[in-house]
Design a protein around this ligand. Structure first.
Ligand SMILES: Cc1cc2nc3c(=O)[nH]c(=O)nc-3n(C[C@H](O)[C@H](O)[C@H](O)COP(=O)(O)O)c2cc1C
Length: 147
């Protein structure tokens, strides 16, 4: 059976969404056609669908050095079922306005025992530099090995 990855994100003014779209594009550039990659907007949280995914990519704007509340709801609600998700690969990304702090989001992933791969994707606004682009591809490649 094919594997599935969900890009779960919140975006108010579009920057985080632009990164999410870039990530989905990168999957096809890497020829990962056997993996079903879908977006989920955090304001339309669907826990059942999230529980059934094989891998996660979680993105948020940096709000007060923390994830958006919409993204945190996922962690709050999945906590009791965390054993289900244990060991599944994840990588995180944030968009910030000048000071990027992704540690809070990464620690939430640790709490539910997801397996964080690769470098953190930290982007100012939606300025996806070539080094961010190659980190995204590195993370996807690692994730594909682990699925
Ligand atoms: C409520 C709020 C809090 C924010 N806090 C921070 C912050 O602590 N550090 C920072 O660099 N940017 C902060 N920003 C800026 C956003 O992280 C930045 O504009 C981001 O690119 C927005 O992403 P979006 O376009 O996906 O909504 C904040 C913005 C808002 C609305």
């Amino acid at each position: 059976m094919g594997k599935s990855v969900i890009v779960f994100y919140y975006s108010k003014s579009g920057n985080t969404r632009a990164i999410a779209e870039k990530i989905v594009e990168s999957f096809s550039e890497l020829g990962a056609s056997n993996v079903d990659v879908t977006h989920m907007d955090a304001t339309e949280l669907d826990l059942q669908t999230l529980k059934s995914a094989d891998g996660y990519i979680i993105g948020t704007p940096n709000y007060f050095s923390a994830p958006s509340g919409y993204v945190k709801v996922f962690f709050d609600e999945i906590f009791e079922d965390r054993a289900l998700l244990e060991g599944r690969p994840v990588f995180c990304f944030i968009s910030h306005g000048g000071s990027g702090d992704i540690e809070h989001l990464r620690s939430l992933c640790d709490w539910i025992k997801l397996n964080t791969v690769g470098p953190a994707i930290v982007v100012r606004g939606k300025n996806i530099t070539s080094s961010v682009e190659s980190d995204i591809k590195r993370n996807i490649t690692k994730m594909l090995e682990l699925l």
